[in-house]
Design a protein around this ligand. Structure first.
Ligand code: MG
Ligand code: MG
Length: 628
């Protein structure tokens, strides 16, 4: 399998695009004619430039409005085609995409179109060129790959074949299983794109909202399985028109593209084991069992304040690192590390972001498999010099400058706590906090797809539908991801403006990746009482909030009184009930959340978010935060 991407999918000049595409690991590019025309070099030089990047030109695209034209217009269309054939020969590529006509004068008729292509096939053959025909979803007469295939079949010329595009098939709701009937050697090229399900004009949707396979809602997987079942062995290419990507960073868009393609093809191979999909071996998506640790980079008074906050939450310092300036805090299954080192990764992270969560440890089935899969998907393994007594724990760089370490049940890795930390002899605290329920990461809105693809391609995690969180100063999009078995959850919060709480955190922390961590308790009321005794300062909620709760839900008097007393927030749905307590913001806008899920409630209290955010903003104003 040759991996390819259309130049139109990536932002920048042709040279910037090629560099990003080659660096991401693709084998080839589709040259979008506009990108070529915008460049100053001759076709021959552009061709050389592409090959110098180690890339093949997999396709030249697009040629529009060819078939079905009458009289002089038909002659002109053939002349235009000849000129493009000249250009292709100079560029050094033999395959061109003809998309179905939208010309107002084009005449319908399968046979008429087939005759045009049979004649074109003769002219193409004379030049050693192949022509692929693609049904545009909004084509005037041909808008279905089944009709395009019938035209190709009747043209009956070895230089005329079919081009399939997942967007045009799936976007119109055409059953991709119909592809299985097409002989694989008659398919010349396959383009892939996903898209979010939005009801809008097909052309507008296609030109602005396509995204990488796995980022949208179309069944690109079934489409690709059907293609693979035909015996097709040509390039698999991404053709993504997306406003965000066009304005995004070329290198990261290209990396996401590569990740999505490898993820998809690996999936296809697993679903259709009898097929030969030429792809390096890689382990399947990794099961995450839970959060093994959360590591803060901090220093001085901020580190002391954080440790005090942990004490009021019922954590106890159970260990001190044997060679580094690290303290270990525990409660239930939760481990928090505070790293005051100046030299290592944490030191750098502190210098950039101030106090922040620089590293997350995940419990996985196999740490080695995780790093192997991550690397196959284009992630960078992480290593730093080990201090005395330190274990080499498998790790990768996450997004936003973060780190992910992986622990598993192997003897070597499960010994990390006992071998790296000297026990203080203090028993873990007992305020009822059992585990990390979720980790909330904040990023700009246009980075959200990238983060969500990062997690879902590496881990066995599913996406919940995106929800809008109403901040008094703007909208924040929130996307929850959940591991099978519920042991690991992440919420991704995409900020569009710095005036929102998420946006100001992002600006103030210079892009620190984690804004809050939520701990789970089995009994929020018992926990609230223990917290009150240890002097925990919860986020004050207003009378108005509780008055509104009473109008929406039946809450017994005594329970309501306790909720008011301890600033407990509430939500419920058909599945169950949900209770939350928030800490006051610290270190530039981070916070902790304590929650209880009663019944299989699967949400995150989104209806409470506007009131929680307003309360946090009041607090931050009162404390003169943000500080920087
Ligand atoms: Mg296409
Ligand atoms: Mg939360």
């Amino acid at each position: 399998m040759k991996t390819s991407i259309a130049t139109v999918s990536v932002s920048g000049s042709l040279r910037e695009k090629l560099q990003a595409i080659a660096a991401a690991g693709f084998d080839g590019v589709e040259i979008f004619e506009q990108d070529f025309i915008a460049d100053e070099s001759s076709p021959r030089d552009v061709g050389r430039l592409i090959r110098d990047h180690g890339l093949d030109i997999t396709l030249f695209q697009p040629f529009r409005d060819f078939e079905g034209l009458p009289g002089a217009q038909r002659t002109k269309a053939f002349d235009r085609a000849e000129r493009k054939f000249d250009l292709m020969q100079e560029l050094g590529t033999d395959l061109v995409l003809f998309c179905s006509s939208v010309h107002p004068d084009a005449l319908g008729g399968i046979d008429r179109a087939a005759e045009d292509f049979a004649e074109l096939g003769e002219r193409a053959a004379a030049r050693g060129i192949r022509v692929g025909y693609e049904a545009l979803a909004w084509g005037r007469h041909v808008n279905d790959h089944r009709d395009a295939w019938e035209i190709v079949r009747r043209a009956d010329h070895p230089n005329i074949g079919l081009i399939l595009d997942s967007f045009h098939t799936l976007g119109r709701g055409i059953d991709p299983e119909t592809i299985r009937r097409i002989p694989g050697d008659r398919i010349f090229f396959v383009q892939l794109a996903d898209a979010p399900r939005i009801d809008m004009d097909l052309l507008y949707w296609s030109r602005h909202f396509r995204n990488m396979p796995g980022e949208g809602d179309l069944d690109v997987r079934s489409f690709t399985r059907a293609v693979a079942a035909t015996g097709y062995t040509g390039p698999i290419s991404l053709e993504i028109f997306n406003d965000q990507f066009r304005g995004g960073n070329p290198a990261s868009v290209a990396r996401d593209g590569y990740r999505s393609l490898i993820y998809l093809m690996d999936d296809v191979r697993r679903a259709e084991p009898e097929l030969t999909v030429d792809l390096p071996d890689m382990p399947a998506r990794v099961a995450v069992e839970g959060t093994a640790f959360v590591e803060f980079a901090s220093r001085g008074a901020e580190a002391q304040a954080l440790e005090h906050l942990l004490e009021t939450l019922g954590f106890a310092q159970t260990g001190k690192h044997v060679s580094k300036d690290l303290t270990l805090w525990q409660q239930g299954d939760i481990r928090i590390v505070i790293n005051r080192e100046r030299q290592d990764f944490a030191g750098t992270a502190f210098n950039v972001h101030g106090t922040n969560i620089c590293d997350i440890g995940l419990s996985v089935t196999s740490a080695c498999d995780t790093v192997q899969r991550a690397t196959a998907l284009g992630s960078e393994p992480f290593q730093q010099p080990l201090g005395p007594g330190q274990l080499d724990i498998p790790a990768i760089r996450g997004l936003g400058g973060s780190l992910l370490h992986f622990l598993d049940g192997s003897d070597r890795l499960s010994a990390v706590w006992a071998s790296e930390f000297a026990a203080t002899g203090t028993a873990p605290g007992a305020h009822g906090l059992e585990s990390v329920d979720h980790i909330a990461q904040t990023m700009t809105y246009d980075e959200m797809l990238s983060w969500s693809l990062f997690y879902t391609s590496l881990f066995d995690m599913d996406r919940a539908p995106m929800v809008d969180v109403i901040d008094p100063d703007g909208l924040v999009r929130s996307q929850a991801l959940k591991a099978a078995g519920n042991g690991f959850r992440i919420t991704l919060n995409g900020a569009e403006t710095h005036r929102t709480l998420a946006g100001s955190f992002l600006a103030e922390s210079f892009g620190a990746p984690v804004q809050h961590v939520a701990f789970a308790t089995d009994d929020i009321f018992a926990t609230a009482q223990a917290l009150a005794k240890s002097g925990f300062a919860s986020l004050p909620m207003t009378e108005n909030y509780y008055a509104d709760l009473v109008s929406r839900f039946d809450i017994p008097e005594d329970q309501l009184a306790l909720m008011k007393q301890h600033n407990i927030l509430y939500d419920c749905d058909d599945a169950g009930a949900f209770f939350q307590i928030y800490s006051q913001p610290f270190a530039g806008g981070m916070f902790f959340e304590i929650l209880e899920r009663r019944g299989p409630y699967d949400g995150y209290g989104a209806p409470n978010a506007p009131f929680r955010i307003a309360a946090q903003k009041r607090q931050m104003r009162a404390k003169g935060m943000p500080r920087r």
